[in-house]
Design a protein around this ligand. Structure first.
Ligand code: NAP
Length: 251
């Protein structure tokens, strides 16, 4: 197979675990220089140790804080110059029935999942920060954006917001040759999903499995889709949401 991402430099957020870590690993195998972002320095170092090739590095900070996000983007720019893309995997999920939901939960979920995406786009779009011959921005939404499940209404709303953000930003940034797309995964076996599963009964777990005709996903399944959207193979694709969900949303 050709190296889809040879010579590209791509920022992967949420790379200290789960989907982001798998994206960073696969992108490094595809010849990409990967800049990884997260909050836990030790887990980012673990990710770095798993990457192929040289020149990768990490930046740490809280992406829900616009000042910290800006500082992280500034330090990336100072080190590598223009990026070819960003895969924004950082996100949080909280299982909260309405009676347990607090205002602070809503604010946390929207700050990490939506505000970070909006301000990453704003910082990426600045002159000199993106490859002006073509760049790619990918958000990670969820099947929860379009298929309802109980006790995750705020998470679902935040993931639906990413689909709206994707479409409007795709229109706005096409003149800058920045493509903006979204991936909507089904249940992928990561730390986040394992935490979520702990709160479920065996019956609920069986129900989730049954809703994925091709079985549950692996982080690599999302990484492969992200590689397509980051690569020049998708040069005519923008504003879309690619469902990577084992058939969950096909029913
Ligand atoms: N797993 C699934 O089944 C599934 C399904 C659909 C969509 N998704 C979405 O896919 C994305 C990745 O999920 P995952 O399962 O890989 O989750 P995960 O293993 O919990 O990883 C989440 C990542 O986000 C980072 N992060 C969280 N808050 C942050 C903040 N304020 N600033 C910077 N980084 C932050 C974490 O870094 P630190 O730990 O260092 O803070 C971690 O690297 C999320 O957006 C999630 O909503 C997941």
């Amino acid at each position: 197979m050709i190296n889809m991402l040879d010579g590209k430099t791509i920022l992967v957020t949420g790379a200290s675990s789960g989907i982001g870590r798998a994206v960073a690993k696969f992108f490094s195998i595809q010849g990409c220089c990967v800049v990884i972002a997260g909050q836990s320095e030790s887990r980012l170092n673990e990710t770095l140790s798993l990457l192929s090739g040289n020149g990768h590095f990490s930046v740490t900070g809280d992406l829900s804080d616009v000042e910290q996000l800006k500082a992280m983007m500034d330090s990336v720019f100072n080190k590598v110059g223009a990026l070819d893309g960003i895969i924004h995997c950082a996100g949080i999920q909280k299982t909260l029935p309405l009676q347990a939901l607090k205002e602070s939960d809503f604010d946390d979920i929207f700050s990490v999942n939506v505000k970070s995406a909006q301000f990453l786009a704003k910082n990426f779009r600045r002159k000199g920060r993106y490859n002006k011959d073509g760049a790619s921005l990918v958000f990670i939404s969820s099947v929860a954006a379009t298929c309802g499940e109980p006790a995750i209404s705020t998470y679902s709303a935040s993931k639906a917001a990413l689909i709206g953000l994707t479409k409007s930003l795709a229109s706005e940034l096409s003149r800058n040759k920045i493509r903006v797309n979204c991936i909507a995964p089904g249940h992928v076996e990561t730390e986040m999903a394992i935490e979520f599963s702990k709160q479920l009964t065996n019956e609920q777990l069986a129900y989730i499995k049954a809703k994925h005709p091709l079985g549950l996903g692996k982080p690599e399944d999302v990484a492969h889709a992200a590689a397509f959207l980051a690569s020049d193979l998708s040069r005519w694709v923008t504003g879309t949401t690619l469902c990577v969900d084992g058939g969950y949303s096909a029913q």
